[in-house]
Write a protein that binds this ligand. Structure first.
Ligand SMILES: Cc1ncc(COP(=O)(O)O)c(C=O)c1O
Length: 405
């Protein structure tokens, strides 16, 4: 087999055809798969309440609508990091609220020091921590500072299921947390989002928002099943070169969109997600071992810098992000791709540079340099279970060659 016919996807979680068959058979025979999945997820992360919905961005929109209702509509700004997934600001706009940015520190990908302290509690409804790539933010500090200012905290652990900080699971800090079950996540059911909370009033407010959501249609369920079969069949590096060579699929592209539905979770997909939750510790252990190897082998120096986990954090390493000198990023990405490795430049811009948000974002003296620097320098490497030691050695060699170190 030539290298052209091996391509390591940038993200994803191995799912076998046997997994798909067992999940479909469980969906046909067991009526209570969603209840079992919810019960086990609650027990795993350690929360009292959880609600499943159609996607992580729907979960974020509904979480914000719930907080807005609890606040009586007094405050309308939501603070997010200046560099994060575009789904986060789109969920805020969809909830009828305004995006406000706090800058990030590229080295931790967390809020930069002093950014929460400067916020005005009279207008800010909530602060959202987004824990990118499976790296927990300093959630104890964010929660404390936000609460002192009377703001709610949303612990968005869409990318961080299975990670913890200070011995507590990511997603369970703050007033409401969320997880995503989309295709790039450790626990996937192709689509899906989860809201979690330990607060009874918040749980009640969430129940009011989710009550009456439309169900998943037969066409949507059929599409999920087809996507799951394709995912199981083509994610393997021996076959991923095929979808990867079809640019019209737009794999890995990020767009700002607000036209997604707020709907119920697709219960037919619950057995698949539940199965992967049972495997989460093993999946995460494998990612951590791959991350540890990158940490040991990559040619760190002025041109290549590591992301530093926050103190007390045990990251889940959904991906392995690094900061690379901007001059070398495109050449490294091109060389890695030519060598069959799906590395990415992650989100294309800082949130302040998303054109749809320009009119919404405050002008003033805020520069957001950390977000822009992150957007210019970040590069993510794959950590999933299909990444072999040989792949990692190749990645390290390619990067060292391009950097000339
Ligand atoms: C930080 C963050 N929040 C929210 C979401 C939205 O999740 P979903 O893709 O399930 O809608 C994502 C998507 O990956 C994300 O990365």
């Amino acid at each position: 087999m030539t290298r052209r016919f091996r391509f390591v996807p940038p993200a994803g979680t191995p799912v076998s055809v046997a997994d798909v068959l067992s999940s479909v058979s469980a969906a046909l025979t067991r009526g209570d798969a969603v209840q079992q999945f919810k019960r086990d997820l609650r027990a795993y992360v350690g929360v009292r309440f959880c609600e499943f919905v159609s996607t992580g961005r729907a979960a974020m929109t509904l979480a914000l609508l719930a907080l807005k209702a609890l606040d009586g509509g007094r405050r309308n700004e939501v603070v997010i990091p200046s560099y994060t997934c575009f789904s986060v600001p789109s969920a805020i706009v969809k909830a009828g609220l305004k995006v406000r940015l706090a800058d990030v520190d590229p080295v931790t990908l967390d809020f930069a020091p002093g950014e929460i302290e400067r916020l005005d509690g009279a207008r800010v409804l909530a602060v959202v921590a987004t824990n990118l790539y499976g790296f927990p933010n300093d959630l104890a500090a964010i929660t404390k500072l936000a609460r002192e200012r009377g703001m709610y905290v949303v612990d968005d652990a869409a990318q961080c299921l299975g990670a913890s900080i200070g011995g507590r699971q990511c997603g369970t800090w703050g007033d409401v947390g969320l997880y995503s079950f989309d295709k790039g996540k450790n626990v996937t059911s192709i689509d899906g989002g989860v809201l979690v909370t330990d607060s009874e009033p918040v749980a009640e407010a969430i129940a009011q928002q989710t009550y009456g959501l439309r169900g998943c249609t037969a066409a949507e369920s059929a599409a999920h099943l087809v996507k799951l079969v394709v995912y199981a069949a083509l994610l393997h590096p021996r076959r991923y070169w095929l979808p990867n060579s079809l640019p019209f699929l737009g794999l890995g592209t990020t767009a700002y969109r607000t036209d997604y539905p707020l709907a119920q979770y697709d219960e037919w997909m619950a057995p698949m997600g539940h199965r992967l939750l049972g495997r989460l510790e093993a999946t995460t252990a494998q990612r951590r071992a791959n991350a540890e190897r990158y940490e040991r082998l990559l040619p760190w120096g002025p041109k290549l810098q590591a992301i530093v986990p926050r103190q007390g954090a045990v990251p889940a390493y959904l991906r392995f992000p690094v900061l690379i000198h901007p001059e070398y990023r495109d050449p490294v990405l091109t060389a890695l791709r030519a060598n069959g490795i799906g590395a990415t430049a992650s989100y294309p811009t800082a949130i302040s540079d998303v054109p749809e948000l320009h009119s919404d974002l405050r002008a003033g003296d805020w520069k957001g340099l950390g977000g822009q620097e992150t957007a210019r320098r970040i590069l993510t490497l794959p950590t999933h279970g299909y990444v072999t030691d040989q792949d990692q050695d190749r990645i390290v060699n390619v990067i060292a060659n391009v950097l000339g170190v």
